[in-house]
Design a protein around this ligand. Structure first.
Ligand SMILES: Cc1cc2nc3c(=O)[nH]c(=O)nc-3n(C[C@H](O)[C@H](O)[C@H](O)COP(=O)(O)OP(=O)(O)OC[C@H]3O[C@@H](n4cnc5c(N)ncnc54)[C@H](O)[C@@H]3O)c2cc1C
Length: 381
């Protein structure tokens, strides 16, 4: 078991200090403890797991504190790695959307188009013909709206993307980069899975248990409710520091603050076994203030006579979740990235989604941390 400490003895000598007990931090802790290094993790929240943290609520239902997390990867090595620390419940995520009085699968597939527009397209070829007839010829899309119009046309844009994107980012899709909507898949077949990766699921007993298993080593000390800033000048003999917090905060925001979108969750436990048909149901309409409703038991596989749901509201206040893909932020981040690279000479490394100012899926966070360990310790590229 890791040592969950209450105070840091600044006289103690650690080989490795890690700021943040999310996936990135605990993966590095696991790797270093496995080669006999003494590790200290400093975490400002009062729990392990970063944004993946989950817990059993007052009704006895396993829920996520910072939004639902579905693991999916094609990275066999990462899949093998996470399987060393937990059994997995196989779960393939499916999403349904409600708008214009219709309910349809998301991402778009043949069934979406048929259901939403009362059509009877029979095969992929007919779907392709429909799309060809509806997509708008824009040779070089310049923003998120144009990107969807060029790929799928106005009807699907207004049904699925326009309201949802506006609510999620708090700005008109015309003011967002093409990458915001480009990453959402589009299918001509009937595959209604949200992800098509080879390996999919959730840890059988939740992400918190998975994270605890990763740090299950007496060489690891963890302190919660403690900000790195409290100790940054006190721990004089740090051999290597891995920082997984916000990169701009590390540098006291000397070039300015990087912007994030956040979420607010409204949890409700209901005196009924099920609330909705799917784990996630999306509400793209601007008339509905939330973006989606999540019902946790669908993905965790838990059996319980009651159920907990959460409604998600996008906001610019709160925990930093999604980097805002604007030109300003890209330029700013490059300045911080350059400053961070300079610190590598002093054995200070920046790792994870906040330090890279990049949306990472969990498998990418594991990969990023595993690769950094190999690079630092073995000189691997
Ligand atoms: C709403 C939401 C849903 C998601 N759903 C999925 C999904 O379904 N599938 C998927 O693959 N990925 C999903 N992700 C992405 C996933 O959460 C990340 O890949 C993962 O959490 C990244 O881990 P990390 O350790 O890099 O960052 P984090 O989890 O953010 O951990 C960083 C930790 O550092 C701590 N910290 C920061 N600054 C300091 C400081 N100064 N001092 C001390 N501690 C500090 C923070 O408190 C935090 O605990 C989702 C993300 C969000 C926001």
């Amino acid at each position: 078991m890791a040592n969950y400490i209450k105070t840091i003895n600044t006289g103690d000598s650690y080989d490795i200090v890690i700021v943040g007990a999310g996936i990135s931090g605990i993966t590095l802790a696991e790797r270093y403890a496995s080669i006999g290094k003494k590790v200290l993790i400093i975490e400002k929240r009062d729990h392990i797991g970063g944004n993946c943290h989950d817990f059993i609520n007052e009704a006895g239902i396993l829920v996520s504190k910072y939004g639902p997390h579905y693991f999916h990867t094609n990275d066999e090595e990462v899949w093998k790695y996470v399987n060393r620390f937990s059994q997995w419940h196989h779960y393939e995520h499916r999403v349904i959307g409600h708008n214009h009085g219709k309910s349809f699968p998301i991402p778009v597939n043949r069934i979406t188009i048929n259901t939403a527009f009362d059509l009877n397209l029979k095969n992929e070829q007919e779907v392709e013909q429909w799309i060809t007839a509806h997509k708008i010829p824009i040779a070089d899309p310049q923003n998120a709206e144009e990107a969807v119009l060029a790929r799928m046309g106005k009807e699907l844009y207004e049904l699925i993307f326009k309201g949802y994107t506006t609510k999620q980012w708090g700005v008109d899709p015309r003011d967002l980069g093409t990458e915001v909507t480009d990453r959402i898949p589009f299918r001509t077949n009937d595959d209604d899975r949200y992800f098509t990766d080879t390996y999919q699921g959730v840890p059988l007993h939740g992400y918190t248990k998975l994270c605890e298993a990763l740090v299950d080593n007496p060489l690891i000390d963890i302190i919660f409710s403690t900000d790195w800033n409290q100790y940054k000048d006190q721990l004089s003999s740090i051999k290597k520091l891995f920082f997984t917090g916000k990169i701009d905060q590390y540098f006291s925001e000397k070039y300015g603050s990087l912007e994030y979108r956040s979420l607010q969750f409204e949890f409700e436990t209901l005196d009924q076994e099920w609330y909705q048909q799917y784990a996630q149901e999306n509400y793209p309409s601007l008339e509905i203030p939330y973006t989606r409703i999540v019902e946790y038991k669908h993905s965790t596989g838990q059996t319980h006579p009651h159920t907990t749901i959460s409604r998600e509201y996008s906001t610019s206040e709160g925990e930093p979740y999604y980097p805002v893909p604007s030109e300003r932020n890209k330029v700013l981040y490059e300045k911080y990235r350059y400053a961070a690279m300079e610190l590598e000479k002093q054995n200070i490394f920046f790792v994870g989604r906040l330090a890279n100012y990049k949306y990472f899926n969990m498998d990418q966070a594991f990969r990023n941390a595993l690769d950094l360990f190999d690079t630092v310790e073995n000189g691997a590229k």
